[in-house]
Design a protein around this ligand. Structure first.
Ligand SMILES: NC(=O)C1=CN([C@@H]2O[C@H](COP(=O)(O)OP(=O)(O)OC[C@H]3O[C@@H](n4cnc5c(N)ncnc54)[C@H](OP(=O)(O)O)[C@@H]3O)[C@@H](O)[C@H]2O)C=CC1
Ligand SMILES: Cc1cn([C@H]2C[C@H](O)[C@@H](COP(=O)(O)OP(=O)(O)O[C@H]3O[C@@H](C)C(=O)[C@@H](O)[C@H]3O)O2)c(=O)[nH]c1=O
Length: 302
């Protein structure tokens, strides 16, 4: 049966990659949604889009009832971890309350709900983590994403939770940076950067994450899935790889301890994921970080 997939947050990093992946797929009828305008209108004039603010429960209810998707991939969230720490009410409204109304609508309309979550539900003392590891968030963002997971797990709808880590990629008309673009731009401008070598992550190419979400939808898979790369590396090592790939002067990169610079919210030290379940059950095969940089490089504007 053809899947009808509704994406929330389609203007975001993952949202845009999902659109690029799924729009040409003849087995999929796609409905992109995000708050405000469709940023992809010029790129994909044929993309079906409706504006949907997920923090508005009436809008959530009516859009889902009207369009009757078979699957929702819920990417919209407050993803600025420091902003979540200072603006807790807005963070909870978007990262938790909105999930409650989406889950309710999924139940009422028999929709398979695919929810995006994060390594930041863990404290970072024992990474890399598998799907069964015990959560213990150390930031408000992490707390909000864990509370959302609990709502999804309690739901009577069919559901999957896709946990991911430090996503990087390049998309259209997009404000937020990521480790590859940040390091590349800084080095190109001879701007010195301090990069931590005491945090560990399994960084995720945005295309791989989109594919992981699609594998879940396509196979109607249920449960929790870790979807990331499988190389546990530090941001410092990532920065050196970016410098090496783009042949930039790495002398602007200084190795630092996380304690040596201040970020409003705490970051977990050692996260990263064991992805055996996604590999075995979904056939998920992520790029390495070096391969991922090459994918990003191939998409840079000339
Ligand atoms: N990026 C990362 O490193 C990681 C992300 N994740 C999770 O993956 C998911 C996707 O992340 P990512 O694509 O990077 O996030 P982005 O921040 O790139 O995209 C989120 C999108 O949601 C939209 N949005 C914000 N508020 C609303 C609203 N009220 N209604 C509808 N849409 C809204 C934003 O719109 P606007 O463009 O207008 O701001 C934005 O386009 C999130 O759930 C995140 O928690 C997990 C681990 C790592
Ligand atoms: C700003 C900065 C970051 N870093 C490191 C710390 C961190 O491990 C990495 C990325 O830092 P940022 O603050 O940009 O990103 P951060 O907010 O830590 O990214 C997180 O985003 C949310 C949405 C998630 O769910 C997480 O998986 C995670 O990837 O780079 C430095 O080494 N030096 C710096 O000056």
């Amino acid at each position: 049966m053809k899947k009808k997939i509704l994406i929330t947050g389609a203007n975001g990093l993952l949202g845009q990659k999902l659109v690029t992946l799924l729009l040409p797929n003849a087995d999929v009828e796609l409905l992109a949604t995000s708050r405000g305008e469709n940023k992809l209108a010029a790129l994909y004039p044929q993309l079906p889009f409706v504006s949907l603010d997920v923090t508005n429960p009436d809008e959530v209810k009516s859009v889902i009832a009207l369009h009757q998707p078979t699957h929702i991939i819920h990417t919209a969230a407050m993803t600025n971890v420091d902003e979540c720490e200072v603006n807790q009410e807005a963070c909870w409204k978007l990262n938790v309350d909105a999930v409650e109304s989406l889950v309710k609508a999924a139940e009422e309309n028999n929709v398979h709900f695919i929810h995006l979550s994060t390594d930041f539900i863990f404290d970072g003392l024992a990474g890399p983590y598998d799907e069964e590891a015990k959560a213990n968030p150390i930031s408000y963002y992490g707390e909000s994403k864990l509370a959302a997971e609990q709502l999804v797990k309690q739901s009577s709808a069919r559901w999957a939770i896709v946990r991911t880590v430090l996503v990087y990629g390049i998309v259209h008309d997009y404000g937020r940076s990521n480790i590859v673009l940040w390091v590349k731009n800084s080095l190109e401008n001879q701007k010195p950067i301090k990069v931590v070598n005491d945090q560990f992550r399994t960084p995720t190419l945005a295309e791989d994450l989109a594919l992981g979400c699609w594998l879940i939808a396509d196979q109607d898979a249920e449960g929790v899935f870790n979807v990331s790369s499988k190389e546990l590396i530090t941001p410092y090592d990532m920065a050196l790889q970016v410098a090496d790939y783009f042949k930039l002067d790495a002398s602007c990169i200084t190795r630092a301890d996380a304690s040596s610079f201040t970020q409003t919210a705490k970051r977990p030290a050692r996260t990263g994921f064991i992805i055996t379940k996604a590999e075995e059950q979904l056939g998920f095969r992520p790029h390495t970080f070096t391969e991922g940089i090459a994918v990003v490089a191939s998409q840079l504007p000339l």
